[in-house]
Design a protein around this ligand. Structure first.
Ligand SMILES: [Zn+2]
Ligand SMILES: [Zn+2]
Length: 184
């Protein structure tokens, strides 16, 4: 009976040792697992931080993109306005050029007309100077030597024939001998 109890006790001791060994092994495994958990947690934390950082950067990039788009739209609008202004100015300038040309043509015409008018009036003036002041139709051709006034021969002969023998200009009496032909 005692022997049986001893054997049982030894067996139980062995069993306890085995259990203790298993326990140690399990404790080690638990340690390893705990370390793994810590490592995993730290990796997850790093991952989260990275994710947050990326999300922040994405927001920054989105903001930059929005700003760039706004600026691009502004520049496009400005460009359109400037193009429209340039076209307007170019149109205005073309019209001014045309007006300028028209005015220049008018001025040229008017200058030419003025010159023509002046020439005509000078010609009329000289013609009047050459015309007999008594009849205003024929040219001067004879002088009364007593007063040196000049008329056409017809007018002087008419006065001699009708005995109105006085100079038409100054009423100086003259005779047939006082009339001389002149040569221009
Ligand atoms: Zn005359
Ligand atoms: Zn006279």
């Amino acid at each position: 009976m005692i022997m049986a109890l001893k054997r049982q006790s030894v067996k139980q001791m062995e069993h306890i040792r085995v259990l203790e060994d298993k326990d140690k092994l399990l404790a080690k495994q638990v340690q390893v697992l705990e370390k793994e958990v810590v490592a995993t947690q730290s990796a997850v934390k790093a991952c989260k931080e990275k994710l947050e950082d990326m999300s922040l950067r994405q927001n920054e990039v989105t903001d930059s993109l929005t700003r760039a788009e706004t600026r691009f739209n502004d520049v496009q609008r400005l460009l359109a306005e400037r193009t429209a202004n340039l076209e307007k100015e170019s149109h205005h300038s073309r019209r001014l050029q045309e007006e300028c040309q028209t005015l220049r043509r008018k001025l040229d015409r008017s200058t030419k007309e003025q010159a023509d008018d002046q020439l005509r009036s000078e010609r009329d003036e000289y013609k009047a100077l050459l015309k007999c002041s008594s009849c205003s139709t024929r040219f001067k051709s004879h002088v009364i030597t007593r007063c040196m006034h000049v008329f056409c021969n017809e007018c002087l002969q008419a006065r001699l024939e009708t005995r109105q023998r006085k100079c038409p200009s100054c009423a100086e009496p003259f005779g047939a001998n006082d009339v001389r032909k002149i040569f221009l």
